[in-house]
Design a protein around this ligand. Structure first.
Ligand code: FAD
Length: 511
């Protein structure tokens, strides 16, 4: 089996198949969660957001959200959620909300606006209605890493930084998959009985290489991260799904968004100042302090949507998943799974694994709806607040902090580097950022990037000019998220960064 794509769907599928005794290779062109699984809101949906636009997805989210809370509690913060309406919001929608939720089997309890304000003081005093729902916050990095770690212990291997660039076909079958190993600049060929295309928004591009057509729509969503956590619960605007209507707490910060902007290719995705300005203007009606909050980062992801008609409203395209067997395209060992949600990743993996197993003649049932997802030590460092606690408790003066904002010590860096090396991957700054909190604080990597690079030279992990390339790559990615938010204190931060990285180290000059 070859799985293409290392997002929540691909890693969830690797685990599901491994639990059924199917050996897999997972190939990812960058690192784990490089696509939408690392660029989303982190909301474990109760389903209430979709009651009007897509009741079937609402029910799926309800069921899958409950399974994830029960079986993967280490990835979830059970914050609960509020849907709130402000003056001027559509009264008919507010009046029907509880009934529509009930029709989908979703709990929505009316809350007096005064009580809502008491528990969430950042809400606007102008709210006119509120309902409590079972939304939660989820850590998508921990989720994917935990899935992959268990799959790995059961025999799955990973090819990170390997991009699928073509397929060799013969008589209705894919005989070999051609990959490019970016780190070493070499070509690799994989021969597999079955191949699953789990590449999210890139599913159309990958299917086209195999001669199959999928009608994808690319809908960019933009999100911003506040420096501090705003509120305890997920806060949703009580209206038909629109821009700027969800605020999700994520550990020590909050994530506000999102937008829906059509783009013509998934690689063109990047957050823009115009989207962010419009989002804050709109969101202020629900949470006024959004206007003077300090934001530390913006990011964007592309929703993998599969279109059946020709309409222009991307929010009207189903948020359900698409599982395609490609028999009609004349292929009998190629499958695509795309669309859906982070919340429904397990179900998507289950249905895909069922199809794979039917084709392989394997009748072992799915176990992921019953077996807990083991919490791995490899994934634990994505948790905000964990490393400071560990560091203080250990009280070891020789364990220097590499990242002061998020308090990530050298010992944690070394542990993650060892996990990566054991799995055959070269540890780099970006890999550290995906697996821990380094670079995620207010300085966005200004200082920790330099300390990490110095530590890597000391430990022999880098030589010659490699550290300069690592730094440029890491800092360019952080800059992408800072650049659209340059106002207030963020401008001073950016100027300090420019002085350090360009004035002192000349990182803007090509070497
Ligand atoms: C802005 C935004 C907000 C969202 N918010 C939420 C939310 O709050 N809750 C929720 O439940 N869902 C949310 N979603 C939806 C959710 O993020 C996605 O449905 C889910 O992450 C898709 O996972 P995936 O693994 O299918 O795709 P992806 O995570 O995109 O993974 C696909 C992977 O394939 C890799 N790849 C692509 N081409 C190749 C190739 N040629 N070779 C090898 N690898 C390749 C990519 O690098 C990528 O890592 C949101 C989506 C967006 C964009």
């Amino acid at each position: 089996m070859l799985i293409i794509g290392g997002g929540a769907t691909g890693t969830g599928l690797a685990r599901d198949l491994a639990l059924r005794g199917v050996g897999c290779i997972l190939a990812e062109k960058q690192d784990i969660n490089a696509g939408a699984s690392g660029g989303n809101h982190g909301l474990l949906h109760s389903g209430a957001r979709y009651i009007a636009s897509d009741p079937a997805s609402a029910r799926e989210c309800r069921d899958e959200g409950a399974i994830i809370k029960r079986l993967a509690p280490q990835c979830v913060e059970e914050t609960g959620g509020l849907f709130v309406a402000v003056k001027g919001d559509e009264e008919g929608y507010i009046a029907d909300f509880a009934d529509r939720c009930a029709q989908c089997g979703i709990t929505a309890a009316a809350v007096d606006p005064k009580d809502a304000l008491e528990v969430e003081p950042s809400l606007s005093p102008d709210i006119i209605a509120a309902f409590a729902v079972e939304d939660a916050s989820i850590d998508p990095f921990k989720l994917s890493l935990d899935n992959l770690v268990q799959a790995g212990t059961l025999g799955t291997s990973q090819l990170l930084h390997h991009k699928v660039v073509g397929f060799d076909k013969r008589a209705g079958r894919i005989e070999a998959v051609r990959l490019m190993d970016f780190r070493h600049g070499t070509d690799v060929r994989v021969h597999a009985d079955q191949i699953v295309n789990a590449t999210g928004a890139w599913a159309g591009e990958v299917a086209a290489m195999a001669g199959a057509h999928i009608n994808m729509v690319y809908s960019q969503g933009c999100l911003i991260v506040s420096q501090m956590r705003i509120g305890e619960r997920v806060i949703n605007r009580l209206r038909k799904a629109a821009d700027a209507d969800i605020l999700v707490p994520a550990g020590t910060v909050s994530i506000f968004g999102t937008t829906s902007k059509r783009i013509d290719a998934p690689d063109r995705c990047r957050p823009t100042t115009a989207e962010i300005d419009a989002m804050i203007d709109d969101g202020m009606a629900m949470v006024p302090k959004l206007v003077d909050t300090r934001y530390i980062r913006a990011y964007a992801g592309v929703r993998p949507l599969v279109r059946s008609g020709n309409g222009s409203d991307d929010r009207a395209v189903s948020r359900g998943y698409s599982l395609l067997g490609h028999e009609a395209d004349g292929l009998d060992n190629f499958i695509t799974i795309t669309g859906g949600k982070l919340t429904t990743y397990r179900l998507m993996a289950e249905k895909t694994a069922d199809l794979v197993c039917r084709r392989l003649g394997n009748s072992t049932p799915c176990r992921t709806a019953k077996d807990p997802l083991p919490a791995s030590s490899e994934a634990r460092y994505t948790e905000p607040g964990l490393t400071p606690k560990m560091w203080f408790k250990k009280n070891d003066p020789s364990d220097l902090l590499l990242c002061e904002c998020e308090m990530v010590p050298t010992s944690v860096f070394n542990e993650i580097a060892a996990f990566l090396t054991q799995n055959g991957h070269r540890p780099g700054l970006r890999e550290m950022g995906q697996r821990s909190r380094v670079g995620k604080g207010p300085c966005q990597g200004s200082f920790c990037s330099l300390r990490m690079a110095a530590h890597m030279y000391n430990e022999g992990m880098l030589k010659d000019g490699e550290g300069i390339d690592e730094l440029k790559d890491f800092l360019n990615e952080r800059w992408r998220g800072m650049q659209p938010l340059l106002w207030g204190p963020a401008v001073s931060q950016a100027e300090l960064q420019e002085a350090l990285h360009c004035g002192l180290l000349g990182l803007d000059v090509s070497h």
